[in-house]
Design a protein around this ligand. Structure first.
Ligand code: FE2
Ligand code: FE2
Length: 364
């Protein structure tokens, strides 16, 4: 299973790839001849979501940021934006390294698309902070997130696994090793950690913005956040699929030990997310800690379900706070007179219809 040197084209090999890591493929993309047909569907769904941050107008938000938000609400707004920007920075680099290793071209193409969204998300946080804050405040917000111990601890739990994977990729690329079980295990754990970043730590952070919108505050910011959320939801589904593919292609990973490991890992992510929430949402009254904890457990279950892992919180199968669905679903601005957007939120089972008129903001 030699993986290097990476061949941009190998005419000796079939267009149909053999495996996700250490496999063989000509490199030619033939979307009628892919190993996992869902990759074409994912590719189309990703393309369907493209947007630009300036579709969302923030004029009213600037006014409200200065007149309606308390000092604590401003601090949380700034810190969360900085935190989310940091996660998306990690996301961009993880995807790049992962793509180096993947020997299934259709999967590689999807990772490339996902990465383009991560870049867009970084730009969106830039747009939010540059609109609301002056240079000094923005610098402080982006620095503040490096100093909060409980956030460091939450992040370290996943970053350490992601870094280990990146180190393993580097080692394999430089020394032209062969793929072995040790690498596969590191890849499994790294992708699982990354999936928690996508499906739990991102999505949890978005709730604050939904809660402000429910309070008729910072509606433009929340609209932007819901665009990002729809993407992260797709990404979480994709990485869940990848974990299933890994398990299917390498039965040595599909063990009771790894299933237990994965379930516990997701559970610990949820507990660390709750600890971070206790810190950051002190003094915030637009939602309760109980609501947040329930939602985090629900997200943890979704991650597990997407990955084919047993749910860590069997008592929290449904979203209990329906406002998270109402204010957390994507609504897209339209230059046309009126538009009805129908989306099936991946976090719920039923479709929700939204009707809105053209204008700077939406009516709820
Ligand atoms: Fe992102
Ligand atoms: Fe993402």
């Amino acid at each position: 299973m030699t993986i290097t040197p990476f061949k941009i084209y190998d005419s000796e090999k079939s267009n149909l790839p053999t495996k996700i890591f250490g496999g063989e493929a000509s490199g030619i993309r033939d979307w009628d001849n892919i190993k996992w047909p869902t990759m074409l569907e994912i590719n189309k769904n990703l393309f369907a979501e493209y947007w630009n941050e300036d579709e969302i107008k923030l004029g009213k938000d600037i006014e409200q940021y200065n007149s309606k938000l308390s000092d604590r609400e401003k601090y949380v707004y700034n810190t969360l934006t900085g935190m989310l920007n940091k996660l998306d920075s990690i996301a961009s680099d993880f995807n790049m390294f992962l793509a180096f290793m993947v020997t299934d071209p259709s999967i590689r193409s999807n990772i490339a698309l996902i990465n383009s969204f991560e870049v867009l998300h970084n730009r969106s946080y830039q747009y939010l902070t540059s609109t609301m804050l002056n240079d000094q405040q923005k610098k402080e917000a982006f620095e503040e997130i490096k100093k909060i111990p409980v956030l460091q601890e939450r992040n370290e739990h996943i970053f350490s696994k992601i870094q280990k994977f990146i180190d393993a990729v580097t080692e394999y690329l430089v020394s032209k090793k062969e793929i072995d079980d040790e690498f596969l295990q590191v890849a499994f754990e790294g992708i699982l950690a990354y999936q928690n970043l996508e499906g739990q730590h991102f999505t949890g952070g978005f709730v604050y913005f939904h809660s402000l919108a429910r309070d008729q505050k910072m509606i433009g910011s929340n609209n932007l956040i819901t665009m990002i959320k729809a993407d992260e939801t797709q990404h979480s589904e994709f990485y869940g699929t990848l974990i299933r593919i890994l398990m299917a292609e390498y039965p040595q990973l599909n063990t009771a030990k790894n299933h237990t490991y994965a379930m516990n890992f997701i559970k610990v992510c949820a507990e660390k997310e709750k600890q971070w929430a206790k810190f950051i949402f002190q003094g915030i009254d637009t939602f309760s800690m109980r609501e947040y904890a329930n939602y985090v457990e629900y997200l943890a279950n979704i991650i597990a379900r997407n990955s084919g892992i047993q749910e860590p919180f069997p008592d929290n199968k449904e979203i209990r706070s329906r406002w998270i669905v109402t204010y957390g679903s994507k609504k897209r601005d339209s230059k046309d007179s009126k538009q009805i957007v129908t989306r099936t939120d991946f976090l719920q089972t039923d479709a929700t219809n939204y009707e809105h008129s053209t204008g700077e903001d939406y009516d709820y």
